[in-house]
Design a protein around this ligand. Structure first.
Ligand code: SAM
Length: 205
């Protein structure tokens, strides 16, 4: 039912959407999972054509992919290093018949970026450097990981072809390579839409 509402563009409040999750996880939603209106805005920028394949870097319990995937035929893949999140995302995708989504368990450093043409990134590595962001104790966190994961992202994004799109939410400007140009900003600048260009005069023009 909830997937159908999204497909039909019927407005859904986050509190309503989050009822698909167990109570324990609902508590994490405000801080850690993308709001419905933000996911819709990001999806509009990322879904340039039906063949588009978008990777959600740190997909959590699937909220961004579920909402974004309902809006077009663009394929959304979520990757997360928390196995229990991926198991739940797959279960919920089947139960609620969310379309255009798939979820894989693993660290982002194991993912081949060349399979995708768009990326969504909600500051997933912050828990490595900020204790208040730790979701649970199931993964090891330390500053070296933050540097390693961020460097991998930047290296892979730098290799992507012109036209590649990134939507970043709550991220630092230095996490995006200079070859990407900022083309849209929303929600007081917290949601940034980037596109890889041949010759960016300035990343922020
Ligand atoms: C802020 S949550 C975002 C969830 C989802 N993208 C959304 O917006 O609803 C970040 C997620 O990234 C995952 N994560 C962090 N670092 C990761 C890494 N190196 N590889 C895979 N997943 C990672 C965490 O387990 C967490 O579930």
């Amino acid at each position: 039912m909830i997937a159908e509402y999204l497909r039909l563009n019927i407005p859904i409040k986050d509190k309503e959407f989050d009822m698909i999750y167990p109570a324990q996880l609902r508590k994490l939603s405000k801080r850690h999972f993308t709001r419905v209106d933000i996911a819709i805005k990001a999806a509009r920028f990322l879904a340039t054509d039906p063949k588009q394949r978008v990777l959600d870097i740190g997909s959590g319990v699937g909220k961004f992919c579920f909402v974004a995937g309902s809006y077009s035929d663009t394929q959304y893949t979520g990757v997360d290093y928390r196995k229990h999140f991926i198991e739940l995302s797959n279960k919920l995708a089947a139960k609620h018949r969310f379309k255009n989504v798939r979820f894989i368990h693993g660290n982002i450093t194991e993912v081949d970026f060349s399979q995708y043409n768009g990326f969504y990134f909600f500051n997933s590595f912050q828990e490595q450097i900020d204790n208040s962001c730790i979701i649970d104790e199931s993964v090891e966190v330390n500053q070296e990981n933050y540097a390693k994961f961020s460097a991998y992202l930047k290296k892979e994004w730098s290799k992507m072809p012109v036209g590649t799109r990134i939507v970043s939410y709550h991220t630092y400007l230095n996490q995006i390579p200079d070859s990407y140009m900022l083309v849209e900003m929303h929600f007081d600048g917290l949601l940034k839409c980037w596109e890889k260009t041949n010759n960016p005069i300035s990343k922020l023009l």
